[in-house]
Design a binder for this molecule. Structure first.
Ligand code: MG
Length: 386
């Protein structure tokens, strides 16, 4: 029985996790959930799952109100509440579907509390992969990827020796602007950027897909998850999102994982591994697939991917800074404070201004994150972006 803590329950991954979990009540039990401010959804969850004993709410007024309305449920509040709910004793599995760097500390604490992790929060591994992967080993917990590409690679690697792997090949859809050149990106709007052709996802990751920062984050995530050098991680643009990623072996064989673009598949695999459980996903119909397209990443068109590989290879605190400056820039773009192409410029400027710390401690990771947020915010305020 998996007794689950679901962090970020009301987001896109959170809701799809709930959809998967509720189909197998004899296997999965939700014990603890967090939401930021989606109190209606939280009420739906506690009414639907009597097993929920703990909640965490991100907004103080809503926390107060909920606590009074549900006296039998233990309520936590804010970032500190996430740290508390991630380690409650009755759970043995934490799904981290939080967005951004705020997912890091709850993940680390849950690992130290010997909980298995279903990780949708890739920023955790990007910002602090060296510490997270070390702690996963030391605490002998399992960390299962809930990112379609990494779930695909995880599936392709099953039963294989690592020494036989030649490279990992991440597929990329190219995001909402894949058919535009850079000149056409100058005045694109938030609404256009949020219109992803293949996947229905949260706002932050949809913007990250449009800039392909998402693929940059995923390269770093793959490096830590599968302990692979950057030289052995490739990206190919595959606009249909039918192949979710591949592994090439030293004899030339390539394994790929196919499926309709439905996040419930990797969520379910992370929960049911090594078993598989039935879900009513739409099935791939090969009689209807007339073509699949592949092309290499154009690093001039998508400089964020190139920057991610560079900061990944250099390591230290640079990946933390790459991630933090992106989070600030995406937020500013979503709030119409900057233009789309400024996102990359802000990342680049912040990286260039950073003094890299090699092998940073957790405190240094937190400090680098705070430094980068401050630097990027000041860049945006000053308007000195281009
Ligand atoms: Mg992905």
């Amino acid at each position: 029985m998996k007794n689950i803590c679901l962090l970020g329950a009301s987001g896109s991954i959170g809701k799809q996790s709930v959809d998967v979990i509720k189909r197998y009540p004899h296997l999965f039990n939700i014990v603890a959930v967090s939401v930021n401010k989606s109190i209606d959804y939280l009420e739906y969850l506690v009414d639907t799952f009597p097993s929920i004993k703990y909640v965490c709410i991100g907004v103080y007024e809503l926390y107060e109100r909920f606590k009074n309305a549900y006296p039998n449920i233990i309520c936590y509040y804010g970032d500190e509440g996430l740290n508390q709910i991630a380690v409650v004793e009755e759970t043995n599995y934490v799904i981290n579907a939080l967005v951004g760097f705020k997912g890091l500390i709850p993940t680390l604490l849950a690992i130290r509390a010997k909980k298995d992790i279903g990780l949708a929060n890739k920023e955790t591994l990007v910002a602090c992969g060296h510490i997270v992967s070390k702690e996963v080993k030391e605490n002998r917990v399992n960390l299962y990827p809930i990112d379609s590409e990494h779930s695909a690679i995880f599936q392709c690697l099953k039963g294989e020796r690592k020494s036989n792997v030649e490279k990992l090949i991440l597929t990329a859809s190219g995001g909402s602007f894949r058919d535009k050149n850079r000149d056409e990106l100058v005045n694109v709007t938030v609404k256009e950027a949020l219109n992803h052709p293949n996947w229905s996802m949260g706002q932050k990751i949809t913007i990250d897909s449009a800039t392909m920062v998402n693929k940059g984050l995923e390269i770093i995530e793959a490096h830590w998850l599968f302990d692979m050098p950057y030289e052995k991680i490739d990206v190919v643009v595959h606009k249909e999102s039918i192949i979710h990623s591949m592994v090439e072996f030293k004899d030339g064989a390539i394994k790929a994982q196919f499926g309709t673009p439905d996040m419930r598949i990797p969520i379910m695999y992370a929960l049911s591994y090594p078993n598989r459980l039935k879900i009513d996903t739409e099935r791939l119909d090969f009689s209807k697939i007339t073509q699949m397209h592949f092309k290499p990443v154009d690093y001039e068109r998508y400089p964020a991917v190139k920057m991610a590989i560079e900061v990944g290879k250099k390591g230290g605190s640079l990946p933390t800074v790459y991630n933090a400056s992106n989070e600030v820039a995406v937020d500013a773009f979503l709030n119409s404070k900057i233009k789309f192409l400024s996102i990359e410029r802000i990342i680049e400027k912040t990286i260039n201004a950073h003094t890299n710390i090699s092998n940073p401690s957790l405190e240094e990771v937190l400090a680098s994150d705070a430094w980068a947020r401050d630097y990027a915010s000041k860049l945006i305020e000053s308007g000195d972006i281009d």
